[in-house]
Design a protein. Structure first.
Length: 179
């Protein structure tokens, strides 16, 4: 003799000896699940366009014709944004990374920031040097200085390396030969 174990709607197990399967209960549960599915009408709705799910913001609906539609789930814990007609992933929802850091979603759906040069920290919130604030401007290159007795921790290299300094005020020394 074998025993069939069925899980009830509340998670409790019901045991039935072989030959005595409670099919009414099983079909009743299936009917209950199907009857409680949200109804979506595609009448008057544009086809092949994403529409918000009526009850679950992690899903969206695409109508195939007047009577048929498909329900899709947003990946990686995403939610459907009806304005953009797209799923927004966890990074887009939370925007956790500062200073142009790149957000990545890990397998366990936690977020991690990958920081740009000159920034560090869990959210890329901590500058490594003054170069992080781009003090030299768009046409100059900032280089970090590691001098303990010098208050400035950077130098700007400017005009294709023709000048340098805190604000590109120094010109390179060019040695002229005289005969």
């Amino acid at each position: 003799m074998f025993v069939l174990i069925s899980l009830g709607a509340n998670g409790q197990s019901n045991q039935f000896p072989s030959g005595k399967v409670d099919t009414a209960g099983l079909f009743g549960q299936l009917h209950h699940l199907l009857a409680n599915q949200p109804k979506f009408s595609c009448a008057g709705v544009r086809r092949n366009i994403k529409h918000p799910h009526p009850q679950d913001n992690t899903k969206y609906v695409v109508c195939r014709d007047e009577r048929r539609y498909n329900v899709f789930t947003c990946p990686n814990g995403g939610v459907f944004n009806n304005t953009q007609k797209a799923c927004l992933d966890l990074c887009q929802q939370n925007d956790p990374c500062l200073n142009q850091g790149q957000c990545i979603i890990l397998q366990d759906l936690t977020l991690q920031c990958v920081c740009k040069r000159d920034w560090t920290g869990e959210r890329c919130e901590t500058p490594l040097s003054s170069c992080a604030y781009n003090p030299c401007g768009p046409d100059a290159e900032c280089r970090m200085l590691n001098a303990g007795d010098y208050s400035q921790d950077y130098v700007c290299l400017c005009n294709n390396y023709k000048s340098y300094g805190r604000n590109c005020e120094q010109s390179k020394y060019e040695r002229k030969m005289s005969f």
